[in-house]
Design a protein around this ligand. Structure first.
Ligand code: AVI
Length: 320
């Protein structure tokens, strides 16, 4: 039930609720969607270009090497849909190949950011005159429901390791929801980051230039901007660690000293012991067995996996 406090702060309601719940919890936590305001989304774009952040370029290499095979396996006369498309930069590789196989194609990029979709429409329009781009502004839930309104044989792209930021139960719930909105013959192309040496994974989340540190701390900067909080960013340390038992990279913000922070808009005082952490993100890493299991649990059948030579990243085709 909504409390009077919730009703008092409608402007940044979701941020206020997340901060109030997460900072009162033990251990403290903040949800990773808080990363992605305008500043955080720009920092994430920078992360994808970092030498240590192998995920984006490795997935792109897989598309470059296997686009013809992937599309052949997906079936004839495809309509492409991309969940969380952003600017759809990697998808160009698949679209180019698709237009070699069919004279015209339809592409439905789905994303919460109208700005990113606008960029995608302009860019793709210039590159591919025979492509019709129908952007859909929606969050994941709305985006998945929109699938039923798209006719033809669909290939749904859920790439970029986005599934990795969901907790295991939520990822299965999400895949089930996608599955329910597809028809027989439709397919899903899922991109997952694979388990590998932590010597590779840890630097990907703790780069030498400190961009990921800034991305992580942007959560606190956002609470300062949106809730008038007085977090001193220099008094928190970025921590990235491999949790082998849970098969995930974790990001935390660790208080360097004992300190108190005030969040006036939600009338909340938060105290930190020296070394106390706020857990801000999980990024799950998969084995092929884990991928097979989540797809099976959600009603898909894994048909094929493509990987780079080092097997750092996987692109999986699953059928309804
Ligand atoms: C968006 N997501 C797949 C990224 C990841 O690798 O989990 C977010 C990220 N967090 C730190 N660096 C990048």
């Amino acid at each position: 039930m909504a409390t009077s406090k919730q009703l008092q702060f409608p402007a940044h309601g979701a941020t206020a609720l997340a901060a109030r719940d997460g900072l009162a919890a033990s251990p403290k936590r903040l949800p990773s969607w808080l990363f992605y305001d305008e500043a955080g989304s720009a920092l994430f774009e920078q992360i994808t270009e970092l030498p240590e952040y192998y995920l984006t370029r490795t997935e792109r290499c897989i598309f470059e090497a296997y686009a013809p095979e992937i599309l052949r396996a997906a079936g004839p006369s495809l309509t492409l849909v991309e969940l969380g498309a952003g600017t759809a930069s990697k998808t160009c590789i698949l679209i180019e190949e698709l237009l070699q196989r069919q004279s015209r194609a339809l592409f439905y990029p789905i994303d919460v950011s109208p700005t990113a979709l606008h960029e995608a429409v302009n860019h793709l329009g210039r590159l591919f005159p025979n492509l019709r781009v129908n952007p859909i502004v929606a969050d994941y839930t709305g985006g998945v429901e929109a699938l039923t309104r798209i006719s033809g044989r669909k290939l749904v792209l859920y790439i970029g390791s986005s599934i990795g930021n969901f907790e295991p139960d939520d990822s299965i719930r999400m895949l089930r929801r996608i599955r329910r909105n597809l028809r027989p013959g439709d397919a899903l192309l899922l991109g997952t980051d694979m388990v590998k040496s932590q010597k590779v994974m840890v630097p990907a989340y703790d780069d030498a230039q400190g961009v990921t540190c800034e991305f992580n701390k942007n959560v606190l900067a956002r609470l300062n901007r949106e809730l008038g909080a007085d977090f001193d960013l220099d008094r928190f340390r970025h921590v990235a660690l491999w949790n082998k038992r849970c098969s995930r990279m974790e990001m935390h913000l660790e208080s360097a000293v004992a300190q108190a922070v005030f969040l006036p808009d939600i009338d909340m005082d938060v105290s930190f012991a020296a070394g106390e952490r706020i857990h801000t993100e999980n990024s799950y890493k998969y084995t092929t067995e884990m991928v097979d299991a989540i797809l099976r649990d959600s009603g898909f059948r894994l048909e094929h996996t493509w990987q780079d030579r080092q097997k750092w990243f996987g692109v999986h085709l699953a059928r309804v």
